[in-house]
Design a protein around this ligand. Sequence first.
Ligand SMILES: *Cc1c(COP(=O)(O)O)cnc(C)c1O
Length: 352
Amino acid sequence: MTAIHPEDLLQQFASDNYAGICPAAASATEAANQGHVSSYGDDPWTARAADAFRELFETDSEVFFVFNGTAANSLALAALCQSYHGVICCESSHVETDECGAPEFFSNGSKLLVAQNAEGKLTPESIRELATKRQDIHFPKPRVATITQSTETGRVYTVAELRAISDECKSHGLCLHMDGARFANACAALDCAPAELTWKSGVDVLCFGGTKNGMAVGEAVLFFNRALAADFDYRCKQAGQLASKMRFLAAPWVGMLEGGAWLRNAAHANHCAKYFAARVSSIPGIQLAAPVEANAAFLLAPEVVLSSLRERGWKFYTFIGGAARFMFSWDTDLARVDALCRDLEECAALRM
Ligand SMILES: *Cc1c(COP(=O)(O)O)cnc(C)c1O
């Protein structure tokens, strides 16, 4: 039998999906574990969770619950595209770099049209360029633009930026999809209502992430343009994303949304990222690679410093733009952040 040691359970900052389940999601799961209810989403928990989303977003959207973000994004994009269409995205976007071709697979071949941008944000200019570059029959027809809020690079799109993007999309007949794996972090960072950051700014479909926000599992797909949701239930079922015990995918959302934990969790994670950034930016030899706007901090540090940090047991990724990424979550303990900062200081000092 493999033993689990306390040191294996210490908080790490490699990803915000290292954290466990928050109390709001756990207690709602517990509450849903009473009695028998109908399966496949025909139950009171699923209805209540969908209503909680409609209330939070102040509009009558179509809501679906799936297991993870790759499924949410790729099935949503597939719903917006024919196989001969193109999806404009950023080169650092999760759909391009981290979904194993699922958007292309589930759309039966829609091509991702990739924009370069050092900040990891799609711009109206890059959308225009990709939407107008080729108009001939030999190239996939651009149909959708997808943006990530907050971005893979830890940035947020402001309302003004979203409006400029959606105006550009409209002028080219493109739908606008939002990967909101960290949508809650963007709402907290911008102090903006969910409606403002989505349908009021021209977003047609949102994938709202629950996992990184404090749930065990689950993402919600919200179609603000309800016509686009036609047959989406069949798409989910065919892709193996229709939970038979749907109440357990839905109930955690009831716990997260009704009591406001979704926003408190995100605000705490964002606060910890800012706290970390403020502490490390004064360490000689270490620099923030980008402004900290949500729950991520990216550090530029000499390779020897990063490897000695790893030798001290810290985990982090450097695959996004070469900088070391630290992610903060709903349960981040500032004492553990302090421990990381002290080790960073020591590793940096040894190198000087
Ligand atoms: C984590 C994440 C997802 C979802 O990933 P899954 O592992 O499929 O749940 C989607 N988009 C972004 C930007 C993410 O960081």
